[in-house]
Design a protein around this ligand. Sequence first.
Ligand code: ADP
Length: 444
Amino acid sequence: MKALSLRARLAVALVAVALLAVALAALIGNLGLTSRLNEAARGRLADSATHVADIAAAAYKASGGWSASARDELSHVATLDGLHIALELPGGHRLSIGPRPAGVTARAPVLEAARPVATVVVSAANGDLLTPEEQHLARSLDELHLIAAGVAALVALAAAAVLAQTLTRPLRRIRATAERLERGELEARVAPGTEPEMGAVGRALNRLAETLGHEEELRKEGVADLAHELRTPTNALLSRIEAAQDNVLPPEENLAAMHAEAVRLTRLLDDLASLADAERPGLLLDKQPLDLADVARAAAESFSPRFADAGISLAVAAEPAGIDGDAGRVEQIVANLLSNALCYTEPGGHVTLATRVSGREALLEVIDTGIGIPPGDLGHIFTRFWRGDRSRSRATGGTGIGLAIVNELVRAHDGRIEVESTVRRGSRFRVLLPTVDPSRSASR
Ligand code: ADP
């Protein structure tokens, strides 16, 4: 069933309340009036009974008993007063004067020398306790209540229309803004209103719009950065190809350079794929107990030839540090940090890879004696595509994505990363992850 609009629901509720109120008023009014009218009518009937009893007493006295003339007189009174009259005589005899009293009756003793000689019983001749005027009064009260119900329902309908209009105005404003946002008008905002509840919804929508706008900015920046990053190796490749076509450079030298550019392009694409993967909301980690010491030792082993080639010493101080982690992703964290240490350390330098438990956290440290990071750059190094000036040279520079990936993966493991660095002295990257009991860690 289709849900009713707010206006219809308000109308139904208000009309129902109005009708109920009028119906209650009618019920209470009618009950009150009827009982009062009946009370008055009974009083009247009792008075009539006393009056008839007086006349009966006089007639009894005049004719010395219940003679025909006494009964005629009573019959005359019955016709005049619109009553049915009967006399109950001592000994259980009943003397009817015309038709028998029926329905509501009143009684009064007939006294002769203070001695009861009969009891008068009377009832209204037409069977109605109420007079025609009283009946008319009761009917017109019903009519007045009906009119009141109609007027109340109309007023309730009008009030519902006005209320619905007032109540839905802020809702319509919020909806209009949401529709503009949906159409891509990200600068749309809900104007502040006076209603507290709707104001809160409006402010929440405005905050959402701001987040959307910010995300859109980031997306545009990301696309621009990506275009820029792809253009460098692509342009280099193009100029090499043109050089080859023009026979400007010896083919062998040219081919090696083209290969280097293609490798750079592939690395960029690989890094981009890893970053997209790491940034995916709700990244699915295949978590299992593992020891950071094992990961560190394996990484050091695979990196040691490259460190040896670069003339940099690599030391490993691996103490057990159990975590719940995705082995492949944790390996990637260590590999990215090690590869940076390798890139940004001069030959003859030292790199240390350490793991241990520190308080309730498992710690992984990569310490180098490399070029260091200027304090002003420290806030940027985890931003994707950001690269320090000195690393922009193609000789050492990476893609500017490595630390962004590390940051996302550490976050996905509920951990954090800290950096300390001094220019020309070296850097220390610390990854802190929630620890688990090392005895649970599977030795790999
Ligand atoms: P890149 O591919 O350029 O290495 P990263 O995201 O890994 O990208 O690092 C971002 C920047 O942080 C680097 O360009 C470099 O300036 C700086 N950086 C990262 N690691 C180190 C380090 N160990 N020593 C000095 N600078 C570093």
